[in-house]
Design a protein around this ligand. Structure first.
Ligand SMILES: [Zn+2]
Length: 259
């Protein structure tokens, strides 16, 4: 019996996958190639090679940029994927045109990359990133507030939520007036005194953190705070992230130089 010839085309047709995602970042490779790191709904964070994507007339060129969102048709390999084509649904162009927005969006992608890996279920992660980018473009909220909401919610999705609904130490729900990153969250007055916690919280801060943790993603980026409460939120979030995220982010260094 004659053996059927398996052409490369047939092989590709059999194995290609369509994945929905956002490009977290890209790197130029030799020749005209690019390596993309893409957060996908279906397969978590994956590496995708876009061959020839830096050629001016490449059909992969537009999709091979950071923050591009769309449907990516890829061929799976052993440890990475190869991009065949992409249908772009969103470019987030306004982000690329503003250096401050660009820094925040890059940080959101870096932090997302820190937390995710291949094989993870990433529907909520992808949605959170999308909503945070949209919020940056809308400008209804300060960038700092968008950042803090994103950080606290992402850590919550990762099971590292700030403990905010009762005292970390004794479980009391009354007089939660202290914060301690060492303890992992809010403390009542008695435990706060005992542990010599030095960050006092306002009621507004307590409410804001609980709002972020309790609300579904589409309602997250929909509240504002007084400048004073924003500073408070930023202070405890920074301490909390610093304590539990073991990485320095390049985008934050650049942002620090801008502000
Ligand atoms: Zn307590």
């Amino acid at each position: 019996m004659p053996r059927a010839t398996l052409t490369l085309e047939m092989y590709y047709d059999m194995t290609e996958e369509v994945l929905n995602g956002i490009v977290l970042y890209t790197a130029d490779l030799k020749e005209y190639d690019k390596r993309l790191v893409v957060l996908t709904k279906e397969r978590g964070k994956i590496t995708v090679f876009a061959n020839g994507a830096r050629r001016p007339n490449s059909p992969l060129r537009a999709a091979s940029r950071s923050f591009t969102m769309g449907r990516f048709t890829v061929f799976p390999g052993r440890e990475s994927y190869t991009l065949k084509k992409a249908e772009i649904t969103e470019y987030f162009e306004a982000i690329e045109q503003d250096v401050e927005k660009l820094c925040y969006a890059s940080y959101f992608c870096e932090l997302m990359s820190y937390y995710t890996r291949e094989g993870d279920a990433c529907v909520n992660h992808l949605n959170l990133l999308y909503l945070a980018m949209q919020a940056l473009i809308r400008e209804n909220l300060s960038y700092g507030l968008i950042r803090n909401i994103y950080e606290l919610k992402l850590m919550d999705l990762e099971g590292e939520a700030l403990h905010a609904f009762d005292c970390v130490k004794c479980g009391s729900k009354d007089k939660l007036t202290f914060f301690s990153e060492e303890a992992g969250g809010f403390l009542c007055e008695t435990c706060g005194d005992k542990l010599q916690a030095n960050v006092k919280m306002s009621n507004t801060l307590v409410y804001a953190v609980r709002y972020i943790l309790a609300k579904p993603l589409p309602e997250l980026f929909s509240f504002t705070l007084s400048p004073e409460a924003e500073r408070e939120l930023s202070r405890i979030t920074e301490r909390f992230v610093h304590k539990y995220v073991d990485k320095e982010f390049k985008s934050l260094e650049i942002l620090g130089g801008l502000l």
